[in-house]
Design a protein around this ligand. Sequence first.
Ligand code: DX5
Ligand code: ZN
Length: 218
Amino acid sequence: MPEFRVNPSILAADFVNMERELGRISSADFVHVDVMDNHFVPNLTFGLQMVERIAETSPVPLDVHLMIDNPEKWAPGYAEAGAASVTFHLEASSNPVALARRLRAMGARAGVALKPGTDASSLLETIDEFDQILVMTVEPGFGGQSFMPETMPKLQQLAAEAKQRGSAVWLQVDGGISESTIAQAAAAGADTFVAGSAVFGAADPDAAIAGLRSLAAH
Ligand code: DX5
Ligand code: ZN
């Protein structure tokens, strides 16, 4: 596994041609799959049935991002569907550590996500209960928004805590990641980069992934 991961978000892909779109990002580390319920966020994508088919079809493992209420009810189903990682939102969860333990017990990497306005301090003591922490760099719900640099201090705080504890947790950023913002996020401590429009909007998505990876490493 490379030190820096680029996970294209299929939110920016052509939903009607998903199999073909998945084939355009075969060099990705994971494919990022945004599940939205029109309650936790003001937008709707797809649910478990679609993700099961994507898991069967995708040449790369799935990184599922659940922007939904009541993840305690739904998240285990995505682990069952074969997602390599399942990330739920801290703001939506009644017991994040218990849910992360359940996901890990099912063989998935457990992730927790924070909206831009959510403080990370409640996570610091339990950082090792998670395999990845997602710092949202836009308000969740839509692709194509501008990167919010004001989220970087939170990323730095998590990176410092992880380093101090010698933690293997991955620090992920999602929203507005492009050739012009990725270095800033990497400098603040991110190692896993979700990119929707910057990958699927490119003429050659695999080349865009390679370009992002090399910018993250510098
Ligand atoms: C937003 C989603 C993101 C989105 C990112 O709520 O979680 O994964 O697809 O899209 P870009 O990279 O276009 O900002
Ligand atoms: Zn996402």
